[in-house]
Design a protein. Structure first.
Length: 477
């Protein structure tokens, strides 16, 4: 509220801007489970609120009514008082129309989703003031009881637009530093040597770890959403980036017990660890978990020492899968793709991906990919790909039938591919032989869905179940 008001008078503070993004990312699903850490963020928020208010008042801001959330309440230092205060707040607000509450939740979750991407971009020294300005304004609008359903729908569409801006910023940050992804085979087996497993999304983290482990006899394995890192020339050049281990995030409890080295999370999704690998587990950045060692900064000596102290892997070559089909790679063979469509060799494109999870019903995505006709191409991204990315789909005229576009934020690449195909065929995206079959789990998926809606893209199937915060009226709006 105060940062937004200050901006209206031309005043801003980059420390406040960054903190808001970091705090939002902290509250994304499966990021921070540590009470002490979360309490520290809340206390910092109170301090930054006061700093923003002082900045706004110095800039000449005068307001008649201050929302309760922006007033001068203080966060207690006593844990019992903190927990009592927590009971007074939640997702559902008393006396608020369910449809208004639904839209507010959709907006908030979408903002949290793109905040994760903005945080990654900040780590890569890329920022965009438009993202900060909109974030402050949109969060302030959630406190405005005068806004009706149509007003909030408009805000939600702007969340989708800003998410697109944020994904583009992150895409440029990745490709300018590491090059455009190229199709790359990724080993699912193991190499002899000590081992570190990296889970999360942050490529800068992986780069720094690769530098610090070079020549130490340690192999680095990716997990989950780190798989697409193998496609970037600036990362794949490291010979000790050995392969990918395990499946999607929800299988970590079982799979990590068998990993004979150090394991570190640089973003979500962390789960409650088993006792037999908790002493080998580390967190970094926004991620924290009670009883798990946390690394501040860029010195990974403790992680390296842990890896060297454990047995590591024996040579055990396994299956290879392909990644690296970002928009630059796909559009580089656009002439082949276009000709395949014109000749009838390719009848349809399916984008099948999104968040994975343990809830029953997600086998739908496995069965869908299996049953996709042989004259169709499947594009996939995010951890939903693990439902089928080890299957053999073959190719059509040298074009693999399964194209791994990348991480969830690489929905930007998928959009660019769709827009380029629409341009080549002189039609709209909705006129393409393209269907989107998306699985959702957390806030980043909400942001991406809002981006697709902002772009006017239709023919989207979302599952395996509807978000609990979506009311029937909002769904059918």
């Amino acid at each position: 509220f105060w940062a937004d008001k200050a901006r209206e008078k031309g005043a801003s503070d980059n420390a406040i801007d960054r903190f808001v993004i970091e705090a939002l990312f902290t509250t994304v699903t499966n990021v921070d489970f540590d009470d002490e850490s979360v309490a520290k963020v809340i206390a910092e928020a109170v301090a930054y609120r006061d700093k923003a208010r002082a900045m706004a008042e110095k800039a000449g801001v005068q307001v008649d009514t201050i929302p309760e959330a922006a007033q001068s309440w203080e966060f207690p230092t006593d844990r019992a008082a903190q927990l009592a205060l927590a009971q007074l707040h939640g997702i559902k607000e008393e006396g608020v129309d369910p449809d208004i509450q639904s839209m507010r939740s959709t907006i908030l979750f979408g903002i949290k989703g793109y905040a994760a991407y903005a945080d990654h971009a900040i780590i890569l020294e890329r920022e965009n003031d438009e993202i900060y300005a909109f974030t402050h304004k949109a969060l302030a609008q959630l406190l405005d009881d005068s806004l009706g359903l149509m007003d909030l729908v408009g805000v939600a569409m702007e969340v989708g637009r800003i998410n697109l801006v944020t994904m583009e910023l992150l895409n440029k940050a990745h490709t300018e530093r590491y090059g455009h992804p190229v199709p790359t085979p990724v080993q699912l087996g193991t190499k002899a040597g000590k081992a570190i497993l990296v889970s999360g999304h942050d490529l800068r983290f992986l780069e720094e770890l690769l530098k610090q482990t070079e020549g130490k006899g340690i192999n680095i394995y990716t997990h989950g959403e780190m798989l697409p890192a193998h496609g970037y020339p600036g990362l794949k050049k490291y010979s000790h980036l050995a392969g990918n281990y395990g499946g999607a995030w929800q299988d970590q409890y079982k799979e990590f017990q068998d990993f004979p080295g150090a394991i570190i999370f640089n973003t979500n999704c962390i789960q409650r660890p088993a006792d037999n690998y908790k002493d080998r587990l580390f967190t970094w950045g926004r991620v924290q978990y009670p009883g798990v060692r946390h690394i501040d900064g860029w010195d990974f000596s403790e992680v390296i020492e842990c890896a060297l102290a454990h047995e590591g892997f024996e040579d055990n070559p396994g299956q290879e899968i392909l990644t690296g089909f970002g928009h630059n790679a796909v559009l580089g063979v656009a002439d082949k793709v276009i000709e395949a469509v014109k000749s009838g060799a390719v009848k349809h494109f399916f984008l099948v991906g999104g968040c994975d999870g343990a809830k029953p019903g997600r086998n739908y995505y496995t069965e869908f990919a299996e049953k996709a006709p042989k004259d169709t191409i499947i594009l996939t991204l995010a951890c939903g790909k693990y439902r089928f990315n080890k299957m053999e789909f073959g190719d059509i005229g040298g074009i693999p039938r399964l194209l791994d576009v990348g991480q969830c934020n690489d929905a930007y690449s998928a959009v660019q591919i769709a827009l380029a195909l629409a341009d080549a065929f002189e039609c709209g995206v909705n006129d393409l032989p393209l269907s989107l079959v998306l699985s959702w789990y957390e806030q980043k998926a909400v942001a991406i869905l809002l981006t697709l809606l902002h772009l006017g893209i239709k023919n989207i199937k979302l599952g395996p179940s509807l978000p609990a915060f979506i009311t029937p009226n909002v769904l059918n709006f």
